[in-house]
Every structure is written in structure tokens, then in C-alpha cells.
Design a protein around this ligand. Structure first.
Ligand SMILES: NC(=O)C1=CN([C@@H]2O[C@H](COP(=O)(O)OP(=O)(O)OC[C@H]3O[C@@H](n4cnc5c(N)ncnc54)[C@H](OP(=O)(O)O)[C@@H]3O)[C@@H](O)[C@H]2O)C=CC1
Ligand SMILES: O=C(O)C(=O)CO
Length: 312
């Protein structure tokens, strides 16, 4: 079996070695421009079109959870990956725990008013504030997939009312499920903390805009862990200005790296991280890919295949 690997920043030597160990007998090579030799599987992140173009692969694995960048490249170059070649993505492989850590720590930060206390500290003010109550801190998770479900699971023990929004209905203990566009207003009504874990698709681009934010509870909070294009950054700034939103924590941005002139950098009620909410954990990713290839070779059904028509 021949496997080609391409990632713009990962340590290819480590991956080649780990994959060879996990798949004894496989010949794994780093793809280089001009390499048109046979391959059965391709492992990629932001691949050049010429790497995949014209190959009769058994499958392609995206080395991340989101496949928006590869799907948008495919839209412009459909011949890069014909429909009959399945595209897989990483399901969890350690990202679920990272999202749990991020979401729980930020929700508790807001709930315990550490943002307010930090502002008071800057004015050298010693001032105990009224406590927030759990029942006024409804948490709404946009996107109830692999990562949204992990985040809901980690928040459950803390006693906040929890709800999620997805295309299909979920039956999770302790989480109210809202499904489809028609139930979005009910999901937003009274949501105090909005956590975004949607994929980037034509239906979800720009979804967090003024209309959506206006339906949240007053003094609400936004945690964007998914993609920058989901959020209209101008509308976010207006909502912070009007007081509708009390704070935002952003991991992803419409342009990355965030340009130096962005007003988000200096905004006192915007916290941010540079797209690190959940990164690919190589050992877990190799285990998942090796297991999936083994199942495919044996003709068994596997999960993680991207539905290209759906866009995720
Ligand atoms: N910031 C970071 O570091 C990282 C960000 N991400 C981002 O997180 C995203 C989510 O990942 P993951 O949980 O694995 O993805 P999944 O595909 O498992 O879950 C996507 C969820 O979104 C729902 N959804 C999709 N489209 C719509 C729609 N139009 N209306 C309502 N719900 C919709 C799906 O509904 P249904 O269940 O009905 O299908 C599903 O519940 C990734 O696409 C990626 O962009 C991922 C990793 C790291
Ligand atoms: O896996 C993804 O989709 C990511 O955004 C990784 O940071």
C-alpha cells in the first residue's frame, strides 16, 4: 500500500515514521511537487491541487476536523478529487478534550465574573459584585456534532441550563435540542452564553450577525471556536458597544492572522487566542487514520466520511 503525505507545517519525518509503524508494510512518502507515482491514500492539509489531481486514490484524509478549505479548493478545481473518492476528516482524535478545556474554563471565567474583577483591579477597586445564578446562565451550543457533544458533556456537571442547535435532533441527557432553521429563534431566546462549533458551509457563513445576536439574552457572551467566517465582526463590535453582548472570546477570525489594524486587538471586552482551541494531536490522528485504513481495506463501514453535498 502506498501513502502520500502533505502538510505545510507538520514534521513530515515524524509522520512518515509513525504511519509506517502503525501500518506495517505500508510505503509512506512525503509528496513533493512533480511526484505523480502511484498512491492508494493521501493524507493532506491545504494540499496543492496537483498533488491529488488525476490520481485514482482509495481515500483522502484531511488532517484536521474542518474540511472547509479543501472543499472550497474542490469547488474551484472539481477534477482535483472526483466524487467517487471518499474524503475523511479527523473525528475528535484529542480535539474534543481540548474544546472541553477551552469552553469550560471560559464559561466559568464569565460566570464567576473574572472579567469584571479584572476591570475593577485595573482601577484598584476592591468591590465584591453580586453573584450570577446558574439558572440565568443558559448555554447554547451552535453545532451538536463530535466537538459540540463533547463540550456539552463537559459543561453538564456544572449545573447550567444547556441547549444545542443542529440540523438533526439530538437526544442527550440534560441538553435541550433544537433542530433546523425554524427552531433557531427558540434556541437563541434566553441563551446567555453562545458557543459556536458549527462547520463552515454556505448555510452557516455569517450566521452570527446582528439579527442573531439581538435574539440572545441581554448581557450575553460569545465564544467562537469554529471558524471566523461564521461571525460578522462589525456586528460583534456594535453589539459590544450597545451592551447587548458583554464579552467575547474568539479563537478564529475572518482573516488569520488577525490584521494589526483590527479593532478587536484593543477591545477591552474581547479576549482571543490564535486559532489554537483544538489542534491536531499527531499520535491520536495516526491511530485513527491507521484504524480507518485497516477497516477500509477489510471492506468494513467506517465513520468520518465527509458528505460533500452537505459541506461537512
Ligand atoms: N478552532 C479550532 O481550533 C477548531 C475548530 N474546528 C471547527 O469546528 C467545527 C465542528 O467540528 P465537529 O464537531 O467535528 O463537526 P461535526 O461535523 O461533527 O458537527 C457539525 C455540527 O453542526 C451541525 N450543523 C451543520 N450545518 C448546520 C446547519 N446548517 N444548521 C444547523 N446545524 C448545522 C451538524 O448538525 P447534524 O448533527 O444534524 O449533522 C452537527 O451537529 C469544524 O468544522 C471546524 O471548523 C475544529 C477543530 C479545531
Ligand atoms: O482541525 C481543524 O479544523 C482546525 O481548525 C485545527 O485548528
Amino acid at each position: 500500500m502506498d501513502i502520500i503525505f502533505y502538510h505545510p507545517t507538520f514534521d513530515a519525518a515524524w509522520w512518515l515514521n509513525a504511519l509506517t509503524t502503525a501500518l506495517p508494510g505500508a510505503r509512506v512518502r512525503e509528496w513533493q511537487p512533480g511526484d505523480n507515482e502511484h498512491a492508494d491514500y493521501a493524507l493532506v492539509w491545504h494540499p496543492p491541487v496537483e498533488m491529488l489531481h488525476g490520481r485514482e486514490l482509495k481515500a483522502v484524509f484531511a488532517l484536521g476536523a474542518g474540511v472547509d478549505s479543501i472543499l472550497s479548493k474542490l469547488k474551484a478545481n472539481p477534477e482535483m478529487l472526483p466524487e467517487h473518492i471518499p474524503l475523511f476528516r479527523l473525528e475528535d482524535t484529542g480535539m474534543g478534550q481540548q474544546m472541553q478545556e477551552y469552553a469550560v474554563s471560559q464559561v466559568l471565567h464569565w460566570f464567576r465574573r473574572f472579567d469584571d474583577y479584572q476591570a475593577l483591579k485595573q482601577q484598584a477597586r476592591w468591590e465584591p459584585l453580586p453573584e450570577y445564578q446558574h439558572d440565568e446562565f443558559t448555554i447554547g451550543i451552535l453545532g451538536a456534532g463530535v466537538l459540540g457533544s463533547k463540550v456539552a458533556e463537559a459543561l453538564r456537571p456544572w449545573g447550567f441550563p444547556l441547549r444545542c442547535w443542529s440540523r438533526s435532533r439530538k437526544a442527550w441527557p440534560g441538553v435541550e435540542s433544537f433542530a433546523g432553521k425554524e427552531e433557531l429563534p427558540a434556541f437563541l431566546n434566553n441563551t446567555r452564553v453562545l458557543i459556536n462549533l458549527l462547520p463552515n458551509t454556505p448555510e452557516t457563513v455569517g450566521i452570527i450577525n446582528q439579527t442573531l445576536i439581538n435574539q440572545l439574552a441581554d448581557n450575553s457572551y460569545l465564544l467562537n471556536l469554529a471558524r471566523g467566517v461564521h461571525l460578522n465582526e462589525e456586528d460583534l463590535l456594535s453589539a459590544l458597544e450597545s451592551g447587548k453582548l458583554k464579552g467575547a472570546m474568539l479563537d478564529v477570525f475572518s482573516r488569520e492572522p488577525l490584521p494589526a489594524e483590527s479593532p478587536l486587538w484593543a477591545h477591552p471586552r474581547v479576549a482571543m487566542t490564535p486559532h489554537v482551541a483544538a489542534v491536531t494531536r499527531p499520535p491520536e490522528a495516526v491511530d485513527y487514520i491507521a484504524h480507518t485504513i485497516g477497516q477500509l481495506e477489510a471492506g468494513n463501514a467506517v465513520s468520518g466520511q465527509v458528505d460533500r453535498a452537505r459541506g461537512y
